[in-house]
Design a protein around this ligand. Structure first.
Ligand SMILES: Cc1cc2nc3c(=O)[nH]c(=O)nc-3n(C[C@H](O)[C@H](O)[C@H](O)COP(=O)(O)OP(=O)(O)OC[C@H]3O[C@@H](n4cnc5c(N)ncnc54)[C@H](O)[C@@H]3O)c2cc1C
Length: 287
């Protein structure tokens, strides 16, 4: 349980961090809150030669809400997300999700950037970011580029981030006021990753659904945006028939594996239950 030897670097600006990552090459690994990386290092599943700690980058710890334009710095912790009143008002699903991640100790250090950059299908934020159609800002030697959350994940721990790039911010256009939302997560105990979880954002007008977005956690190699499931709700009053169609569409793309959280059939069943509960709760919250 002791990590291998590494050199430790603590740049004090994003520009310096990008330069450092460029000069250290493939042997450098970014350290954010350390709550996924350090356990991996202790198990020697990660053996970086250089650790580049982003902890000194105050510029990445800001939450900005300007009307519907929301920007969250990568080093914002889950605890900061929970404590931000403007963020809770604009995009309440983020606070709701953060409270379901791990425990207060982990949330005090674990960052939103680390959660989405990690590429672990068990992390909760990637599905929420896909449901929100968030954009990730990646800063590298050639400047900054943007990648949609829905296009970022290609496999377990495989993402569109190029070596040397730093995820610097997450940009979100807040859903319209009065939208319905929820993140519904089934877990074995407090602090556990999801057996299955579903994020739902929807808007209603005149008793009918005008937009809906659904995404799933930990039931595939990556977080999954369930495009067809959301489409099954649009134009309907979100009644039982529409919910059944959305649940069937979500289950059709889920490919959970059998693990300590249960056999495949059970995890698929839980996926359906999470999607149904999330849609019903989001519907009840929509104004
Ligand atoms: C007991 C326990 C329970 C947990 N339960 C949950 C849970 O229920 N749900 C959940 O979602 N998570 C859970 N986690 C994980 C936790 O949320 C982590 O904090 C999170 O996965 C990673 O964030 P971090 O800031 O700690 O990143 P780190 O561990 O520092 O980094 C994780 C990975 O992302 C990379 N990285 C980090 N930041 C950046 C960046 N800005 N740019 C590019 N790459 C970057 C690192 O190089 C590393 O590969 C749990 C962790 C523990 C210890």
């Amino acid at each position: 349980m002791i990590p291998g030897a590494f050199d430790y670097h603590r740049p004090s600006s994003l520009a310096d961090a990008v330069k450092l990552m460029g000069s250290l090459g493939d042997d450098a690994t970014i350290l954010a809150g350390g709550h996924s990386l350090i356990p991996m290092m202790k198990l020697r599943m990660a053996t970086p030669e250089h650790l580049v700690d982003l902890g000194g980058l105050g510029e990445l710890r800001r939450i900005e809400v300007n009307g519907s334009a929301v920007s969250i710095g990568a080093m914002v912790t889950q605890a900061q997300v929970i404590a931000s009143t403007p963020l809770a008002a604009a995009v309440p699903i983020l606070m709701e999700t953060s409270t379901q991640i791990a425990d207060p100790q982990v949330r005090n250090l674990g960052t939103i950037g680390g959660n989405v950059a990690n590429g672990d299908p068990g992390n909760d934020m990637p599905a929420v970011m896909q449901a929100l159609d968030a954009t990730y800002v990646l800063s590298g030697p050639n400047g900054a580029r943007e990648v949609k959350a829905r296009e970022f994940y290609s496999g377990s721990y495989a993402t569109a981030r190029a070596p040397g790039e730093i995820l610097s911010a997450i940009r979100i256009i807040a859903p319209p006021a009065g939208h319905g939302y929820t993140y519904e997560k089934q877990k074995r105990k407090i602090g556990d990753y999801a057996t299955a979880a579903a994020a739902v954002i929807l808007t209603m007008s005149g008793g009918r659904c005008t937009a809906a977005s659904i995404a799933l956690t930990n039931v595939g190699e990556t977080a999954l945006w369930a495009r067809e499931a959301g489409a099954a709700l649009v134009g309907t009053p979100v009644d039982d028939q529409a919910i059944k169609a959305a649940v069937a569409a979500a289950k059709a793309i889920a490919t959970p594996s059998a693990d300590g959280r249960g056999p495949i059939d059970f995890r698929l069943q839980v996926t359906g239950v999470m999607v149904r509960r999330a849609i019903e709760k989001a519907r009840s919250r929509a104004r």
